[in-house]
Write a protein that binds this ligand. Structure first.
Ligand code: HEC
Length: 182
């Protein structure tokens, strides 16, 4: 009986990394120092450290609303780039969680990305059980999923790097709360 229990406990402890690390710590990078985020990595993002954003930049498909930026682990001092495994989530929290706009940056590492080097970009949504699901991921949004900017009575679609590349001195991260200090 005792042996069976020990085996069970061992198995529970060695679940192949299915449990995301606790808030405030970075997940381990995979082979080659590259971190490939999975849906479960976003599961508890609302428990992470977060900051309210005044007057946020909102994607076109969503009305403006209360906004927060969540981070899984703040960068240590002295770095010019966020460490591999860093996840930043930005929400526009309008109405039920299922209706929120949710975008994320994940520091994947290597030379992934176009302009926002090393960052993989995501759009997420909560399902009925308030578990996040990934709508798209990659170097940028699929056509039609960017932000609209008004020009001369019409509008143009902006992709993520159009705005975020301006933050190159802070590794493309724009909010004032999760800044690198070096
Ligand atoms: C029109 C400019 C603009 C576009 C386009 C844009 N963002 Fe942002 N984003 C911002 C600004 C500004 C912030 C800082 C918070 C705020 O003021 O809303 C931000 C913050 C974020 C954050 C939190 C980390 C940070 O940089 O502060 C994430 C994650 C994010 N955006 C993802 C995306 C994704 C993914 C896309 C593309 C689908 C995108 N953004 C397109 C302007 C933009």
């Amino acid at each position: 009986m005792r042996v069976a229990l020990t085996v069970l406990l061992l198995l529970a402890g060695c679940d192949g990394g299915t449990t995301p690390p606790p808030s405030g710590t970075l997940p381990d990078a995979g082979p080659g120092g590259v971190y490939i985020a999975l849906t479960r990595d976003f599961e508890d993002f609302r428990d992470w450290q977060s900051f309210a954003i005044e007057d946020p930049t909102a994607p076109a498909a969503h009305p403006p609303g209360p906004s927060r930026v969540y981070i899984n682990a703040m960068p240590p001092e002295g770095l010019r780039r966020f460490p591999v495994g860093t996840i930043l989530v930005k929400t526009i929290e309008n109405g039920a969680p299922q209706d929120w706009a949710i975008h994320a940056f994940v520091k994947r590492g290597g030379d992934f990305g176009e302009g926002l080097v090393g960052w993989e970009l995501f759009e997420l949504r909560f399902d009925e059980d308030e578990r996040p699901i990934i709508l798209w991921r990659g170097a940028g949004p699929p056509s039609g999923q960017g932000y609209l900017a008004p020009v001369d009575g019409g509008s143009v679609e902006l992709v993520c790097r159009d705005c975020h590349a301006a933050g190159w001195q802070n590794d493309s991260v724009l909010n004032p709360f999760t800044r690198l200090s070096y």
